[in-house]
Design a protein around this ligand. Structure first.
Ligand SMILES: O=C(O)c1ccccc1NCC(=O)[C@H](O)[C@H](O)COP(=O)(O)O
Length: 261
């Protein structure tokens, strides 16, 4: 079984349990349901380099990235450092994240928040909204086209945007692209962890202009972002290269200064 299949199997078990412990009615009672979500697409589009800075303690491909900082320290730093949006990993088992991280992030920033999660069920979309997310991630490799449409429709009804993630031509061709506000190309093969920025370059021209193009993973050099921008990308999802620094927000600020010089 590859890692993505393992993550999905764990996730299904977790969702079944969580639905028993926290019923949907309780999620609907969250005070954050009254908050108007912000547009991540607009925030990223307003910048020449729309960085989605990710809070990421660890991952299946990297046992430890940064366990020393609080989520508030990281997200405050990203906000001051010029991020266009913040991505918060909420998976506990494989990434050491939680829904509490999303709540804490919400408490310290007005930037749009992406719930970075392996979403399989409508329950998780409601969870995202109830914990302050403005956008959700849908991973094409995990979902059938009909599921993408249904989950994206639910997100829209709840006022959130959708980042649809693909990794290859097959996933792009099978996906209902009109369901997404943003289409992300993950440079990391989630089954092998291999990272290749050529993935984004080769798929850029196949993404419809109705969606904002986002390139994800393995980014760290200003020159790479300039080339990806030339290919049509306006959003750049970056985790490890900032999180491995002692001060991720300062690292982001310095990175943007070099990029925009
Ligand atoms: O990062 C991983 O090892 C990983 C493994 C399996 C599934 C997903 C994984 N990462 C999720 C992501 O998409 C990245 O966290 C995100 O794009 C940022 O990537 P990076 O800048 O390389 O940290």
């Amino acid at each position: 079984m590859n890692i993505l299949d393992r993550i999905a199997a764990t996730k299904r078990e977790e969702i079944a349990l969580k639905q028993l412990v926290v019923p949907e009615a309780r999620l609907r009672d969250s005070a954050l349901m009254q908050r108007e979500p912000a547009s991540m697409k607009a925030s990223l589009s307003a910048r020449s380099y729309g960085i989605i800075a990710e809070h990421k303690r660890r991952s299946p491909s990297r046992a430890v990235i940064n366990q020393a900082l609080t989520v508030q320290q990281v997200v405050r730093g990203y906000t001051a450092g010029g991020a266009g949006a913040v991505s918060v990993l909420t998976d506990g088992t494989y990434f050491g994240g939680s829904l509490e991280d999303l709540l804490l992030a919400r408490a310290v920033t007005d930037l749009p928040l992406l719930r970075k999660e392996f979403i399989l069920e409508p329950y998780q979309v409601l969870e995202a909204r109830a914990h302050g997310a403005d956008a959700i991630l849908l991973i094409a490799a995990l979902l059938e086209p009909g599921q993408i449409e249904a989950l994206a429709g639910q997100a829209r009804e709840l006022g959130m945007e959708v980042l649809l993630e693909v990794h290859d031509r097959e996933e792009l061709d099978k996906s209902p692209l009109g369901s997404a506000d943003m289409i992300g190309v993950n440079n990391r093969n989630l089954k092998t962890f291999e990272v290749d920025l050529a993935t984004s370059h080769s798929l850029a021209g196949l993404i419809p202009d109705t969606a904002l193009r986002i390139t994800e993973s393995g980014l760290g050099k200003p020159g790479e972002l300039r080339e990806l921008r030339d290919s049509g990308y306006r959003g750049f999802l970056m985790g490890e290269s900032f999180m491995k620094q002692d001060d991720p927000g300062k690292a982001l600020k310095a990175f943007l200064k070099t990029l925009e010089a």
